[in-house]
Structure formats: C-alpha cells, structure tokens
Write a protein that binds this ligand. Structure first.
Ligand code: PLP
Ligand code: COI
Length: 370
C-alpha cells in the first residue's frame, strides 16, 4: 500500500509504502523482550536521494530490506560514507522521545562537509526520524535500559570508478531495538590501550562520523578482545602520548577533588553524550577541563590516588565505568574495581532525563511521535 503523509516542512512530502509482511505483534514483542544491540531491525526504513542536479529529492518510507546498489557504486570502492547514532526512548506515558537530535543533524552536516558529501537540511533529518517512528513506533521497547537505536547514514551511490566526490548520494534511516551495549550497564569494563594503531591523524577524518574511521579501528578492537577488553583506547598519532577516544565512545577521567577531565583534540568525535554529561557535571558544581591529557598523567594520577574514576560515554553505551586500562606493559586500575560514585551519579542523571523521569532543564528532549 502506498500513501502520502503531509510533512511539517511544506516542500518535502514523504511517500510511504507500508511493509506488506511486518513482524506480528507477538514476534515483535519477543524481540523487544530480549533486544541484542543492532541485530534485529524494524519493519521500515527511510531514504532520501540526492543528486547534483536535483538536490535532495524522493523522500520515502519503505519496507526494510536490501538496498539495490551498482557494483561500481563509489562507496564500495572509496568508502565515502558517514552515519549517526541516536536513540528513541519510551516514556512512562507511552510517548516516544529522542535526545538532542539537532546535534546529530548538525554533526551529520559537519561529517558530510569533511567527506565531500551533501549536507542534509536539519529539518529533513528531523522529519525523517518522525516519519520512521510514525510507522514503527511500536518497535520502541519499554523495559528499563532499553531503547530504539536509530541509525541515519549517507553514502555515495554513483556508479563511477574515478576518484572524486560522487554526484549521486543516498541518505537512509534504519532502527533496531536495543538493550545495554555491553550486555550489562553497571559493571566496569576493561579497556585496551592501543600502542601500535592510530585511529585518526592531524587533518584527517577523526572528527567526522565516517565509516572508514571504524574500519581503521577494527584491528585494534580485535587486539583488545584478544586481551580480554571490551573497547580500545587510542592515543594521538603524532606523539603517541595523548588520550584520544575509544573505538566507539569518548573518555572522561575524574579527579579526587571532583574535577572532570576529557581530551580536547581536533581528531576525535565531539560526542553529544560527553557534552551533555559534562554539562550536568558543571550544573552540579564540578569543574570540567577539556584539554590534552597524557597517558602518563592518567598512570601517575591513578597511582597517587588523584584520579579516582574513569568512564566511557556515547549514545550506544550511555555512561559506562572503566575498571581498568590494560596496556602491553602496564595496567591502570583493576577489573573488579567498583563503579565510581561520580560516574554512576552522572549516568543516572542523564538516563533519568532521557527516559522522562527527571526534569529536562536544557530542553534536550524532542518528541518523535507527534
Ligand atoms: N567517539 C566515537 C568514536 C563514537 O563512535 C561515538 C559514538 O557515537 C562517540 C565518541 C560518542 O558520541 P555520541 O555521544 O554523540 O554518541
Ligand atoms: C553510537 O554510540 O551511536 C555509536 O555509533 C558507537 C558504536 C559503538 C555503536
């Protein structure tokens, strides 16, 4: 069945084709009862085309399924691809909300600029989320710590093997009901320090949410797993001394006096979770420092008792305590360290806002189901 729904933005109208064979209510509920990160997807997806001549056009909601792609599509050869990660949260009254979607839309624009892709207008991005929730709202789980992970992404689809920015591009949004990224949210995780591999370099794409950055991180992530760690921490590529970020999260250290420190670097992703958690910390009177941090500072601060907590933060992971950092020749902390007090307090403040259990003083939440 194909119907057209009016949109808030008057000049863009999504064509909606409903999935003729959606999961039944009971099949969907079975998934929602036990969601495993990023493994099952909702019944629909959104796509919008872009071409050099026509700009953004043909916005659609269609049944979730394979994307037809020419084997010469330039994304398959040169990796011109970017994405975002966000979540839909079900509040107690059944309504569906998301967190700071304008920030994701703006970051997608920044990533697009860096990767020579077209910038999607913020209002199209927001409307795409609402269109998907309008048909797949029932996929937003309601159990504690669950949400609908929303993955907007954009790639070069022009069939052309010359190396230049593609003149045909696609933007899609897919979604997957999820539980905690690490399976359990409060147990501290072990992190592996990559001393051999870098994720990003000066002038490179580290600040963009580009697929290639994640491809570059995978071998180090594998090394982390071989060493019993859940994530990998990268250092700067020039001197190999300064903390950057984890493969899929930012990192924050907490001092004994309550000061929070986090890397300032041009080559890391400007995490929306980190920005929000640090804002909440500042609201609560903590001092926050965004500055270069060396690995020696963490080592010495931890040994002297000056650095008392560390946590990872990102949309998928929320806020997760770091128990230990393992390097080839030293270890900071211990795998059975209890979760830090500041970490857990910031974590619950953030998720209470996201799930509508606490006031939203900064106006971060935006409703998606109306
Ligand atoms: N750093 C990397 C490399 C990430 O993939 C993510 C996750 O999106 C983050 C940091 C955290 O960003 P955000 O809090 O906006 O999800
Ligand atoms: C996210 O947090 O949204 C990410 O993209 C990171 C990835 C580890 C899932």
């Amino acid at each position: 069945m194909t119907i057209s729904l009016p949109m808030a933005t008057p000049d863009i109208q999504f064509q909606v084709t409903l999935n003729p064979a959606p999961l039944s209510d009971s099949e969907r509920q079975a998934v929602l009862d036990n969601p495993v990160f990023g493994t099952v997807f909702t019944d629909h997806m959104v796509d919008i085309c872009w071409s050099e001549k026509g700009g953004w056009h043909r916005p659609r909601v269609q049944p979730y399924g394979p994307i037809p792609l020419d084997p010469a599509a330039s994304v398959l050869h040169y990796g011109q691809e970017i994405f975002e990660g966000m979540k839909g949260y079900r509040h107690e009254d059944g309504s569906i909300w998301t967190f700071r979607p304008d920030q994701n839309a703006l970051r997608l624009q920044r990533s697009a600029k860096r990767m020579a892709l077209p910038e999607l207008p913020v209002e199209y991005f927001l409307q795409a989320l609402k269109e998907l929730i309008a048909v797949d709202g029932a996929w937003v789980p309601s159990a504690p710590e669950t949400s609908l992970y929303i993955r907007p992404f954009m790639f070069a689809k022009e069939a052309f093997l010359g190396v230049r920015p593609a003149n045909k591009v696609a933007f899609y949004v897919i979604a997957s009901p999820v539980g905690p990224y690490f399976g359990d949210t409060v147990s501290p995780v072990s992190i592996w320090l990559s001393t051999h591999y870098s994720r990003a370099g000066k002038g490179g794409t580290g600040a963009a949410k580009a697929g290639g950055n994640y491809a570059a991180s995978l071998v180090a992530q594998t090394e982390a797993a071989e060493n019993g760690c859940k994530q990998v921490l990268f250092l700067d590529s020039e001197e190999g001394r300064f903390l950057e970020e984890l493969g899929g999260m930012n990192v924050v250290l907490v001092h004994k006096d309550g000061t929070l420190v986090t890397p300032h670097s041009e080559t890391i992703l400007q995490g929306i979770t980190r920005d929000s958690v640090l804002q909440l910390a500042e609201d609560a009177g903590h001092t926050v420092e965004r500055r270069p941090i060396t690995i020696d500072e963490w080592r010495e601060g931890s040994a002297s008792g000056d650095i008392v907590e560390a946590f990872a933060c990102g949309t998928a992971a929320t806020v997760v305590p770091i128990g230990q950092l393992k390097a080839p020749d030293f270890t900071i902390g211990s795998a059975d360290a209890p979760p830090g007090e500041v970490t857990m307090s910031l974590r619950s403040q953030l998720i209470d806002i996201q799930y509508g259990r606490a006031a939203d003083p900064h106006g971060w939440m935006q409703r998606l189901d109306q």
